[in-house]
Design a protein around this ligand. Structure first.
Ligand code: BT5
Length: 329
């Protein structure tokens, strides 16, 4: 019922819809309409009511519900279905379960909050309610299993572009999977794969982004490294707008990668917005650390460093953490 009213208001956005018309559409009395409108306002819809003219929808809350997203998303070649949860353990875990049950490529799982959000190597990912983008996409690329890490680079490029275009923030990429603004991590990417030795069954691409998370929400140990888009954007950032932009940019770059076998566009973006290249870095891998200078990202998405012995070395993204010599970047 509420949905029918909302759809009518959306259809006539920019003008008033009379109570009579709404009651005809929804098949209920005008006083019932009034009650539903009141509820919608409580949910965050900005609806103006003027007697004798009716109701006008002036603004919608920044929810990520599947219906609202499906209407906005233009990346329809790739994005087939949106599944929205109010609360879930982890969208990556859920997407993996669905993928194993045969869910199609282009299925996106998105949640208002995650109770067990995950980073790489079993780390935790803070995902408070309603203030971030916590989403995962099922992909079934025809690539070699060792190439799956490249999808992280494609996603990093798409996310950096999307943040820049929808918020004006100067998003940078900390190789391999962090998106940084002003030296702080606003987004992390987690790519997981299921496959055989020489074939990919599916890939789940997880993106976690702090959009409107309050500073105080970050636990003490994260306060110096994490931040939200809202701290840097001139205007209130809309989660919906950012999601739509990420998905459309990702579709383009991903198609280029899997169909045209061309990852150069994504890697160029990763190089251009890199906050890692040209810096002294510490590569931490299985307990040991290598020091060196980050020189380049090659077309395989690997980081090329000159280590402290002066040798050129390739670093594969999988299980490494990259840190600055004294701090996070
Ligand atoms: C990542 O791991 O950066 C990947 C994060 C991926 C999260 C998404 S959300 C949707 C999907 N579903 C999931 O369950 N996960 C994905 P890593 O590079 O390992 O970084 C993890 C580290 O980032 C933690 O150890 C913390 O130090 C820090 N961290 C945790 N929560 C954070 C947050 N909200 N913002 C910034 N940093 C955070």
């Amino acid at each position: 019922m509420k949905k029918a009213i909302l759809e009518k208001l959306r259809e006539k956005s920019g003008s008033f819809v009379s109570g009579e018309e709404l009651s005809r559409t929804a098949g209920v009395t005008r006083s019932a309409i009034w009650k539903h409108i009141k509820q919608l306002k409580e949910e965050g819809y900005d609806i103006e009511s003027i007697s004798r003219r009716g109701y006008q929808l002036k603004g919608e809350p920044d929810t990520l519900d599947a219906k609202a997203l499906e209407i906005e998303i233009k990346a329809k070649k790739l994005i087939k279905k949106i599944i929205h949860f109010d609360s879930i353990d982890s969208t990556n875990t859920q997407a993996k379960i669905l993928a194993a049950q045969g869910e199609v490529e282009g299925t996106v799982v998105i949640a208002e909050e995650q109770t067990e959000g995950r980073g790489r190597l079993g780390r935790q990912w803070l995902s408070p309610k309603g203030t971030g983008i916590w989403m995962s996409m099922i992909l079934r690329p025809e690539i070699e299993p060792w190439e799956a890490a490249k999808i992280t680079q494609v996603a990093a490029a798409a996310v950096a572009i999307a943040i820049r275009e929808s918020t004006g923030c100067q998003a940078g990429i900390k190789w391999p999977n962090d998106i940084i603004i002003n030296g702080k991590k606003v987004c992390g990417i987690l790519t997981e794969m299921s496959g055989e030795l020489n074939s990919v069954n599916f890939v789940v691409l997880g993106i976690g982004m702090n959009v409107n998370v309050d500073k105080e929400e970050f636990p003490l140990e994260l306060q110096s490294i994490a931040a939200s888009i809202k701290e840097f954007a001139a205007e209130t950032a809309s989660r919906k707008e950012i999601v739509v932009k990420i998905l459309s940019t990702f579709e383009e770059l991903y198609e280029d990668f899997v169909k045209n076998k061309n990852i150069a566009r994504s890697i160029d973006v990763c190089r251009k917005y890199s906050v890692t290249l040209g810096r002294q870095v510490r590569i931490i891998q299985r307990g040991s650390a290598i020091l060196g200078e980050a020189m380049d990202i090659n077309d395989e998405g690997e980081l090329i460093i000159t280590n402290d012995k002066g040798e050129i070395q390739k670093v594969v993204s999988g299980e490494v953490s990259v840190r600055g010599i004294t701090d996070y970047i």
